[in-house]
Design a protein around this ligand. Sequence first.
Ligand SMILES: Nc1nc2c(ncn2[C@@H]2O[C@H](COP(=O)(O)OP(=O)(O)OP(=O)(O)O)[C@@H](O)[C@H]2O)c(=O)[nH]1
Length: 340
Amino acid sequence: MPNPDEILNAKILVVDDCADNIDLMLEILRDAGYTNVTATMLPEQVCPLHRQHCYDLILLDLQMPELNGFQVMKGLKEIEQEGYLPVLALTAQPSFKIAALEAGARDFISKPFDLLEVHKRIHNMLEVRLLYKELASYSKQQQELALHDPLTGLPNRRLLEDRIATAVQHAARQQRRTAVMYLDLDGFKAINDTHGHAYGDEILKQVAQRLVNSSRKEDTVARIGGDEFVIVMGDVDALRDAQEPATKLIEVVAQPYHVNGLVLQLSTSLGIALYPDDATTVDNLMHVADAALYEAKRTGKNRYCVASGCAAAASAAPVPAAAPGAVPSAAVAAARAAAI
Ligand SMILES: Nc1nc2c(ncn2[C@@H]2O[C@H](COP(=O)(O)OP(=O)(O)OP(=O)(O)O)[C@@H](O)[C@H]2O)c(=O)[nH]1
């Protein structure tokens, strides 16, 4: 529920073609403690002003010569993105009251003003408006959470599948390819076991950031499980367009990590599947990329394999040496041993 300060700080616009009416309303609002109040005598300015300031309340006179309040509300409806018209209509015409509500106003105040009624209606409307905004922002937050991984902020599996489907549709229309790259860090369990889960979390966040920084803006980088990430590349012509980025990703993951005064290195394995060469559905692309990843793990880790012929395309990205003063984890040691 919005608190009294939030209500008094709400953004209010007064619209009236009569300067005396504006002065009176401004005085009423300021006396009541409202701090964020502006006014205009130009009805054609209401939409541009609302687009810019997103008012919590618009006190709108209905009878104005050039553009009346009903026309202003029509314009506001077109630009109001949240679907909530924060209009309180001001009218001296009893017959306009219902018409104003039908046109989208939330409530009305009759002229001449009854002070008590003005205060109550404005307060009640702001309370509902701010509550509506809180709910809208909570619901947006919930949607974000449902589609993103809370640790890294990356898209989760649900959003990833959607992105693959979109990329595949686009590729089908353009007669192009889509690459799905499935990454799994090598020996990550040992990092958790040696340095603790919180330390592992920090590494995962840094890996996520590096993958994002090394990918194109239009690619999707998702985290779909513990130490598993997937990158979707659209607009791919041939396998080599995925192989070069794959090598780069393996290299950036292998750069040293500085966490809690320790320097640590790790490697990653990666499987590549191409639409439409290796599979044509989202599930199958993921499945085939996962199988290629498994092959990369099986043949020594710290490399990529492609779905169509892993052995031939296996990358020989070197396992990085530990930096001076490094504390190599069991994971790195294992990866290095596997690569020798
Ligand atoms: N820190 C942290 N660890 C996680 C999280 N989710 C899963 N894990 C751990 O990540 C590890 C994943 O290890 P695996 O991929 O199974 O095994 P690995 O040691 O990486 O071995 P290979 O994949 O064969 O190289 C497991 O120990 C999980 O408990 C998380 O959110 N944070």
